[in-house]
Design a protein. Structure first.
Length: 326
């Protein structure tokens, strides 16, 4: 059995080449308003990637060089580890930074915030700047305090650069912010409750999807094609219902995406009943074809001692055929 994630199983990432120009536009627009950019970010990987791209933009004089604050003690420590291992950098990083005697993650405008007192002072700073802070989904950490001080000001921008899971504050900010923008920002702004208080979401909300480290649907399919693994069953994990499930044949994609290899073909088999979980496909004429299923999620029915498996909507009736995998 092959266990695969499905976080972005129903969508494609933005092209990487578009990331830097789009980030530049967000920074310029916000700084022109005299605002601050808040970036909720995971401490490992995402923060360092952001610093890398910001460093490039600053070196190229593409944006005003306002201060950048990394307000996460864990991200600060991890960034230090990244900087201590140039032997694993790619050629592009060596050419762009190391050959110039520069650290990819450190430049004059970057400040790593350590103490709580420094973080509290930054909360009240109303001059233009960038804050990169954890947690990535706005469920805990210092980012909550920055939001508390900045979310109600229309000059500011909340930049979403990663996946926001259902029922998190980050997801609510993203969805309600997008709806408010679609309405032309007319009427009262949406109210978001966190830290025991309601705050009007007046800050601009912008999403940049290409920074995610999770594979999108084409990348996952490409992995299956190029891995040459002899897979009999595929279990999809780490995804929401929209990414891993279907409610019937009408929801199954009728055509392949443009970048999907032609050797990968999808078809429906006869197993689609929840009671058939764990059984072999009854009408599988190609027994070596892998069967795609979703591992059951455990949900809380209200009593901590009464947990049960979610009984329905498992993607178990589709097969993936690829002659190179068999």
């Amino acid at each position: 059995m092959l266990i695969m994630e499905s976080t972005y199983g129903d969508r494609l990432h933005e092209p990487v080449v578009d990331l830097k120009p789009r980030l530049k536009q967000v920074l310029v627009d916000t700084f022109d308003r005299g605002g601050t950019i808040l970036i909720p970010s995971f401490a490992f990987g995402r923060t360092q990637e952001l610093l890398y791209v910001l460093h490039e933009l600053y070196n190229e004089n593409e944006v005003p060089r306002f201060p950048v604050y990394v307000d996460s003690p864990l991200a600060t420590k991890i960034t230090r580890v990244f900087a201590e291992h140039p032997e694993v950098y790619d050629r592009e990083t060596h050419k762009a930074f190391l050959q110039q005697g520069e650290n990819p993650f450190q430049f004059d405008q970057v400040n790593f915030v350590g103490s709580v007192e420094e973080s509290m002072a930054l909360n009240r700073d109303e001059t233009p700047h960038i804050v990169v802070s954890a947690s990535g989904m706005c469920e805990a950490g210092r980012i909550l305090h920055h939001l508390r001080y900045k979310i109600h000001n229309s000059k500011n921008t909340i930049l979403i650069v990663g996946y926001m899971a259902q029922h998190t504050l980050g997801r609510r900010i993203l969805e309600q912010g997008e709806e408010y923008e679609k309405s032309g920002r007319k009427g009262k702004p949406p109210l978001l409750r966190f830290m025991n208080k309601e705050y009007p979401l007046k800050a601009r909300v912008v999403k940049l999807g290409g920074f995610s480290a999770h594979a999108d649907k084409d990348e996952m399919r490409r992995f299956l094609k190029e891995s040459n693994l002899k897979v009999k069953r595929i279990a999809l994990v780490h995804g929401e219902e929209d990414q891993t499930q279907y409610d019937g044949a009408d929801n199954f994609p009728q055509q392949q995406s443009q970048s999907e290899p032609e050797s990968i073909q999808w078809r429906k088999c006869g197993r689609s009943n929840e009671d058939d979980r764990g059984k072999q496909c009854s009408d599988n004429n190609e027994p070596d074809s892998p069967c795609v299923c979703v591992l059951p999620k455990r949900i809380d029915s209200g009593n901590a001692r009464n947990k049960r498996e979610e009984p329905t909507k498992f993607l178990i009736g589709w097969q993936l055929r690829d002659s190179r995998m068999i």
